[in-house]
Design a protein around this ligand. Structure first.
Ligand code: LLP
Length: 445
């Protein structure tokens, strides 16, 4: 089976150029750092389009596939426009994500609104902008969405989010009858939800079921189990209520390669498992094959992104480790501090130099836990060198903060030797732009 883009550690266009520097999308990373400053998120358009095409190709033999991108991994106008131009819809989880994909020109019919506590304002925005599907998460939401849809004389098209009793995070795989989760309806609550929709909630139209079993998944068997549970439920609801539900959303979760030892499956491998389990399960339970929705986030955007940092101070702890500090850290990439996530990096202006030392890359934020990479072999480094951290496209920018009142980083898109800014660096004035100082507190007023 062919490889797919999520199995690569670096963007597909990464190479060492004639100046001996790293380049991505035909752009020298040192030049990008000079032009736009650091920390800098860089997105390689070709890599992003390539994974979208891997997914489409992998699933082309199944007629009824709706590919959506989980915006929570990284949401911006430009990336949304690229992903939309590849024919993808979007999984969105907030008014902010809805607004962004709408402004990027997404086909709103291909947008599904997920989340366990959508506010009335967010649901109203979704109704106004014509969001195509809602993943209804709980009893409160069923009633709220029905009321809001009624007030607008509309019908909301929904799937029911269920907890199938499977949870998988990379190497852990839990399968139980019930999952203690804040998301979705327990399997034992589905019938009550369906009865309410059929009897009372006349402004809701139920199309199917939705589940999501985890993130950074490396095994394929879990999708087989998930699909079996979803299809079994569709068949059961058909038998009990005469309901012909014809959609399942199987969530996201495919893993990526952050470090050399990570071996995620390809889109082709998971498509193979998903399509064959669908065929087996529909045969087993005797129903028509439903349309499937997929909503991967990480595997779409992670590999396309790198972050550039400028190296500043360094410190050798006597009889201890050597720390090298960069000008970013946990505010632009919270994952190492939050999840002990591991990354790899290279010095962009000396990618060929021999590794002579093992160091710890520390961030600039005032917290001991702000360590970007705990242990990495690097060449001798000098202040001003550019560190390129790979696979930072997902859950970096989207989880960024202004901790220590530091401006959020800029993002550029690279392609064919061209670079375009797609998110401006915040300014000091941006930082205070939402602050309000009451008149009575103004000094020298
Ligand atoms: N669908 C649902 C309902 C989800 O909850 C998620 C992710 C996805 C799709 C996309 O999953 P993906 O393909 O990206 O694995 N901040 C964490 C990841 C949180 C994922 C939350 N849900 C991290 O940085 O690892």
């Amino acid at each position: 089976m062919p490889n797919s883009t999520n199995q690569y550690l670096k963007p597909l266009t990464t190479k060492i150029n004639s100046n001996g520097n790293l380049e991505i999308g035909g752009c020298d990373l040192g030049d990008l750092a000079n032009k736009y400053g650091t920390p800098l998120y860089v997105i390689d358009e070709l890599t992003l389009r390539s994974i979208c095409r891997d997914y489409k190709k992998a699933f082309e033999s199944y007629e009824k596939v709706n590919m959506m991108y989980a915006s929570k991994a990284l949401c911006s106008l430009a990336t949304s426009a690229i992903i939309s131009s590849e024919g993808f819809g979007f999984d969105v989880v907030s008014g902010g994500e809805i607004y962004t994909v709408y402004k990027a020109g997404a086909d709103m019919k291909k947008v599904m609104f997920n989340g366990n506590n959508k506010s009335a304002d967010e649901l109203l925005l979704a109704l106004d902008l014509g969001v195509g599907r809602y993943s209804a998460d709980n009893f409160f939401e069923l009633s709220l969405l029905n009321e809001l849809a009624k007030s607008k004389n509309k019908t909301a098209d929904i799937l029911l989010r269920i907890t199938p009793g499977i949870e998988c995070h990379t190497h852990e795989y839990i399968q139980t009858g019930h999952l203690d989760s804040k998301f979705g309806f327990d399997l034992t609550q589905i019938d009550e939800a369906v009865e309410l929709i059929l009897s009372e909630y006349t402004n809701l139209r139920l199309h199917g079921l939705h589940a999501h079993i985890g993130s950074q998944i490396f095994e394929t068997k879990v999708f087989e189990d998930e699909i079996d549970i979803l299809i079994k439920e569709l068949a059961r609801l058909d038998e009990k209520f005469g309901l012909k539900l014809n959609e399942i959303n199987i969530g996201g979760g495919l893993g990526v390669k952050y470090i050399e030892s990570d071996c995620p499956p390809s889109t082709y491998e998971i498509a193979d498992v998903i399509i064959s389990s669908l065929k087996n399960s529909v045969q087993k339970y005797g129903i028509e094959p439903p349309a499937i929705f997929l909503e991967p986030g990480r595997s779409i955007i992670s590999t396309a992104g790198v972050t550039l940092y400028t190296i500043g101070s360094s410190k050798q702890v006597p009889k201890g480790r050597k720390y090298i500090a960069v000008d970013g850290g946990m505010a632009d990439n919270a994952r190492p501090a939050m999840y002990r996530a591991e990354y790899t990096a290279q010095i962009a202006n000396k990618p060929d130099a021999a590794n002579l030392q093992n160091v710890t890359i520390g961030g600039r934020f005032c917290e001991s836990g702000d360590i970007l990479i705990n242990s990495i072999d690097l060449p001798e480094v000098d202040e001003g060198d550019i560190l390129c951290v790979f696979n930072t496209g997902a859950y970096n920018y989207s989880m960024a903060s202004n901790y220590n009142r530091v401006e959020k980083s800029a993002m550029v898109l690279v392609n064919n030797s061209q670079s375009d800014i797609i998110v401006n660096r915040e300014s000091l004035d941006d930082l205070i732009s939402h602050d309000v100082i009451p008149n009575r507190l103004k000094l020298n007023a």
